[in-house]
Ligand binder design. Structure first.
Ligand code: SF4
Length: 66
């Protein structure tokens, strides 16, 4: 798989896919469309809590600071 299966419903991806923040585009390349998708903390959160995490939670588990 070359893209995360949650891409279309992921709040982080949808909010930040066109963002200019270098951190966000880096994470998208690394996680959402890259080798680290299976260790995404957003995915873990969803599995643990049964609901999606806040949109501003990054794949690392930290929050985006705007
Ligand atoms: S942030 Fe995580 S859950 Fe969302 S699309 Fe990227 S890899 Fe998938």
């Amino acid at each position: 798989m070359t893209e995360c299966e949650l891409l279309s419903k992921c709040g982080f991806f949808n909010k930040y896919q066109n963002a200019k923040q270098a951190a966000c585009s880096g994470f998208i390349a690394m996680y959402c469309k890259g080798p680290k998708m299976d260790v995404c903390k957003r995915k873990a959160y969803r599995a643990e809590h049964g609901v999606a995490p806040p949109d501003d939670m990054m794949p690392t588990g930290s929050m985006v600071i705007e």
